[in-house]
Design a protein around this ligand. Structure first.
Ligand code: ACO
Length: 335
């Protein structure tokens, strides 16, 4: 059987219009810009407008990704929305996006792995493509975390924001790599998702969770977190999964051109980069402008670095994330 690889052929992102600065938050709760910036690197977050839902953010990002990929939305035969903040308990937010973007075939569903959701979604789509069941996939990370924050709890509410990011994946035969790319330059050689690696440890469920839900309290609930423990596990788990991804591909840390991490917290990102011996200028950092947008943060960062020209054809990207569950994962992508 011909080996198939998933190639990222387009990306897009969207942030709601309203920006809330640390200074504005400090007028409402007992915090300071200095505390938030020094502990997390966050300077501001975007907050969805009243009546603006996760599906709206997702659709905006997806439309930009589809445009960037220059495809007809009707080609998409798998649509995944990674989210912890769906519009409704059911149906999946992905089905709403499916209808609005004009995708008629295949399947649309949500993936729930909190901040690791985008890596999980990418892993699902990549495997569907590799086994030949999907030709074109749209993977979206979209969140309205502002709706599940306890705005009285300064230990959590300062850390999160709303946003969305998306990528379009297309299957391509590895044999095609031997042929020159569309521009005759041979640039397609080895492009695509090299591998995805996902993990979870349900014993750590209580470190980061929402204290509500349809089956427990019949309310939406609020984010609760043991920040110190989450921090400790994040740094250890991310280092381990990054090495797993490199080993699986026979690559070394020095081969990575860009670290595109989940944008939770600058200190977690700095610690991971340090373990990888990655200089700061090789790390894509966007957390200061949009805070932790959970499943949306990796595609938001990726889109930023692709559109501003930092990420170039042939670069090796390392995507990684950790979130509630605990869940974590990584993916190596040849751009
Ligand atoms: N403003 C001012 N003071 C605050 C605030 C705030 N917003 N929040 C907490 N404090 C106070 C605390 O009350 C405490 O005061 P005390 O010493 O008088 O009791 C003091 O600051 C220190 O609190 P700690 O929780 O010990 O602060 P720490 O240095 O651990 O930083 C933080 C907290 C930023 C949450 C850190 O633990 C962290 O980054 N954890 C990772 C969590 C994370 O990023 N989660 C995101 C989801 S998971 C993921 O995406 C990887």
């Amino acid at each position: 059987m011909k080996n198939i690889r998933s190639e990222i052929v387009g990306c897009g992102s969207y942030l709601p219009e309203r920006i809330v600065s640390n200074e504005e938050l400090a007028k409402r709760i007992d915090t300071t810009d200095e505390w938030i910036t020094s502990r997390s690197g966050i300077r501001q977050r975007h907050i969805a407008a009243e009546g603006e839902f996760t599906s709206d953010l997702a659709l905006n990002a997806a439309q930009k990704a589809v445009q960037h990929a220059d495809i007809d939305p009707a080609e998409i035969d798998l649509l995944i929305v990674a989210t912890t903040t769906p519009d409704n308990t059911f149906p999946a937010t992905a089905t709403k996006v499916q209808s609005r973007i004009g995708m008629a075939n295949g399947a649309a569903f949500d993936v729930q792995a909190v901040c690791s959701g985008f890596i999980y979604g990418l892993a699902v789509a990549d495997n569907f493509i590799k086994c030949g069941q999907t030709k074109t996939a749209l993977v979206i990370g979209a969140e309205t975390f502002s709706r599940i924050l306890d705005w009285e709890d300064r230990t959590t509410c300062v850390l999160f924001g709303d946003g969305a990011g998306a990528v379009v994946l297309k299957g391509r035969g590895e044999d095609d790599d031997e042929q020159p790319g569309g521009n005759g330059s041979g640039h397609n050689i080895g492009r695509g998702i090299l591998s995805t690696h996902i993990h979870s440890d349900g014993n750590l469920y209580g470190l980061l969770y929402v204290d509500g839900g349809p089956s427990t309290t019949q309310t939406v609930g609020h984010v609760r977190m043991n920040g110190r423990e989450v921090f400790r596990h994040a740094v250890n788990n991310l280092a381990a999964v990054v090495d797993e991804a490199l080993d699986a591909n026979g690559l070394a840390r020095s081969d990575i051109d860009w670290l595109v991490p989940h944008q939770a917290n600058k200190r977690i990102i700095d610690s991971t980069a340090k373990k990888l011996d990655m200089p700061a200028e090789r790390v894509v950092l966007t957390v200061e402008t949009h805070a932790n947008t959970s499943a949306a943060s990796i595609p938001l960062a990726l889109d930023t670095a692709v559109k501003d020209g930092r990420v170039k054809r042939g670069d090796l990207l390392l995507l990684e994330a950790m979130g509630g569950g605990l869940t974590w994962g990584a993916s190596l992508v040849r751009w």
